[in-house]
Each structure stands twice: as C-alpha cells, then as structure tokens.
Design a protein around this ligand. Sequence first.
Ligand code: NAD
Length: 506
Amino acid sequence: MTTHFVPDNLPSHLQHYIGGKFVDSLAGETFEVLDPVSNQTYATAAAGQTEDVDLAVAAARDAFVNGPWPKMKPRERSRVLHKIADIIESRDDELALLESFDSGLPIKQAKGQARRAAENFRFFADLVVAQHDTALKVPGSQLNYVNRKPIGVAALITPWNVPFMQESWKLAPAIATGNTVVMKPASYTPLSAALWPEIFEEAGLPEGVFNLVFGSGGVAGDYLVKHPDVPIVSFTGDSSTGATISTAAAPQFKSLSLELGGKSPAIVFADADVEAALDATVFGVFSLNGERCTAGSRVLVQREIYDDFVARFAERAKNIVVGLPSDPATEVGSLVHPNHFDKVMSYIEIGKSEGRLLAGGGRAEGFPTGNYVAPTVFADVAPDARIFQEEIFGPVVAITPFDTDEEALALANNTKYGLAAYVWTNDLKRAHNFAHAIESGMVWLNSNNVRDLRTPFGGVKASGLGREGGYRSIDFYTTQQSVQITLNDAHTPKFGVQSSRETGDA
Ligand code: NAD
C-alpha cells in the first residue's frame, strides 16, 4: 500500500458564497470535515443557520428580479455555460484529486465523473439554444403560444456519493434556463462544491446567480426548503429525507423533484451473454464504492446457470483491487465517512445470518484504518431478507436464484424502491416484455448503466418523484405560460344585455 495522498494547497476552512462573496456564518458556527482515509479533520466549513440561508436566498432573489441573467438570450447564457464546461475540462485532474480525497472515490472513477460534470454544462448550453415551444393557430380565430419562463430561486440539495457531478446535474439546467440558485451540498463532502464559485466567476456568471450554503440538512437544508422565496426544490438523497422534504414543501405547493434511493435488480437469464452479464453486474454493484443510487445491488440469476455464475461472481469480487482512492489501480476505495462505514458493516453482519457469504464480509484485509470495506457477496438471499430489501449503499451484493420469468419479475418488483433495473437475455421478446413489466424508472437491456443525457432520469415508488434529464429538466426548471390571442371576433355570449322584462322574468 502506497502512502496516503494529501493534495497540495488544501484549504483549511470553507466558506459560504453569497451574492458573489465568500462569507462565514453570521453566528460563526462551523463543522469539521474529515478525509475518509485517515478519518482526521482536514478542514472546517461554515455551518449555515437560518439567517445565512436568508442572506443567500435574498441574494439569489435580487439577482433574479434585478439582475441580467433571467432576461439574457439563451445564446448568451449558453456561452457562459460552455465556458464553465471548458474550465471544468481544463481542471479535471485537479478536480478529480480533490473529489477523490474528500469522498474516497477511486481517482479513475472520480475523473470520469468530473468529465461528466463538464458534459452536463455543455449539454444544457446546447439544449437551451435548440429549445423551442409549441405555437398553435386556430384558423381565422386564434393564435396560441407558450411563453416559457424561469421560475425564480431554485434550492438545490445534493448528496455526498458523487458530489461534484450530482451538483452539476442540477446546476446546469437550473441556471441554463435563467433561474438563480442556492445550493446546499452534503456536509460529508464540501470540498469540490467549494470550487464552483471560482469556476463560475471565471466563466462570467453574474453575481448572485449562484449561491452556496454549507451546513446540516436538518438546519440549513430544512430552512431552505421551507423558505417562502424559494418556489422550486430539486433534491437528491435518501428516500426518508425525500419524504421529509416533500412534507415541508407541500404547504407552499413548491415544484419538487426527488431523486431518491434504490435497490435495483440485475436479472440474468440463462440465455444471456453470461460473460458480458458478469462484467456488468460486478461493475454495477462495486463501482463508485457501491455508493451509487443505481447500483445493481440485487442480482437475480436463473437456476440453470446459478451455481457457476455465483462462483465466478465471488471470484471476481475477491480479486477486486481495494486501495487508496488516489491510486489509479484502485477499483474500490474508502467509504465516505466512518458513520457510513459503520452502517455498511452492520448490514454485513445482518447478511451473515441471511445469506451464504462467498466473498468479503468485513473490513478489507491490509487496511486496519480508514473506511475500507471488502467487496462482499451473499448468495441464496431470500426476498424477505433485510439485505434484499434495504439500501446498503456500499460494496455489498445479494444474489438470489429464480426459475421462471414470472418468478424473476415478482422478485425484481419485490421492494419499496423502483429506480433502475438491468436485464440480461438474448430473447428479444422477453427482454422488452420483461423491461416493460418492471416497476422502475429506468431499465438497461444487456448493458451496464450508460445513460445518454437526453433520456429521462428518475424513479418510481420510494425512488422518487418527477423526472430530470434532457427536456424534462428544462420543463422542471421553467414554467410554461400559455398565451391566447383572438384574431377575429371573440364571439363572447352577451350576458347582462337583455332586460328582465324582455326575457319574461319577474
Ligand atoms: P441524505 O438524504 O442524508 O442527504 C442528502 C442531502 O439532503 C444532504 O445535503 C443533506 O444535508 C440534506 N438533508 C438532510 N436532511 C434534510 C432535510 N430535512 N431538509 C433538507 N435537506 C436535508 O442522503 P445522502 O446520505 O447524502 O445520500 C445517499 C442517498 O442518496 C442514498 O439513498 C442514494 O440512493 C441517494 N441518491 C440518489 C440518487 C438518485 O439520483 N436517485 C443519486 C445519488 C444518491
């Protein structure tokens, strides 16, 4: 094992960014930020309280009402977004280093996520220019068109698993469409979020369009969601937090997008390309340290190939390179935080009485400290097991056999979640019919999780509400006002013209 890598020029304190200025919390509160390899505090961050959120929302509101951004032509906004993408691309090595240091994600995968973040900005920069709306003519009488408008101040609340990319996923469409934002990133991983102000300033984003408040979900996040000057909330995180946010936002009828947890099935039929299915199912649950909302964390395998598949899966898991996040050879790094490590380890203990342990089963060998979990495989897991039903969000897989298509479908749909699903079969009819019957927002057929940015992203059941991605993001971050003009006589029935005597009424 090489030595722990600490990036140069690491900040020792992170501040909010409000109205174009770096500021501490008014009351001076801070929280500590750990790195997941040493679990030592490497920085403090300002902990936003209600008065700090008030300032951030006021700055965003001012930029929305009085600033140039919402009124700019899409092409002008698009230029700024392309510059943002250029800057992210030019800094992707540095970004990935910081992200990997702060989150424990393997550096190679962090780099891929940094590139994806740049692509999000480029994509929405192009989309707002290409964007057009319906205009309808009713011959001779009426013209109708859609006046699409930004909504106002958007609250963007993000998780810690792939923080910078998740943030870009919300920031790009929110600002591309002319809104202003207040972002509250996850408190485990504030480091890469602290890079946005510099990137946005360099790209020429007007002051006040982007505001950043660090702090806890229960204080800063909750207050932001309930703020009367915030009409729109985009949240990614745990399903139970999503339920709390939904309740908090309901009395003010806010536009709400919830991207929540998952326990996605990967179903492998005996007729599949087993080699490809093996590659994808191993990658699907162990990439990004298993801290992935769309992880295929339940693998359902048809009985004919079950024993062989399970043995080969376990062999692969044992060979996975667990290592320092900064090492390019690392396939699984360190989980984000000791609290999360404890949670994943407790599920592994539960799993030992619920399934047959074939690989892993605890702390990774050779790593006495840090949040390293050995890639863990449980086979023969029954559908009522907790490790089959509950999101673990770590490198832990539950494998279950099935015999028929009906049984596979019942197993696939047998959780409260419905985010993603992966189906492996060479039978075209079965592939489509099975995909359509699965209760999930997204299905991949004979593929790992490769998503074109134009496609809708989101879940059903406890995995979320609403869709983002491509034009769905444009729809979420804008309001569509329909305007009708009469071109001829309006032919309005004339009320109140006839006298009561003429109509014969008493
Ligand atoms: P979390 O719900 O604990 O926190 C997410 C964010 O919400 C953080 O910024 C947190 O501070 C904030 N928050 C917490 N309580 C809040 C409240 N009451 N009001 C407002 N904000 C509040 O989730 P996490 O542990 O950071 O992330 C892991 C979860 O995210 C997993 O369940 C994972 O599946 C999910 N996730 C989903 C997707 C998706 O697109 N569906 C993507 C990534 C992660």
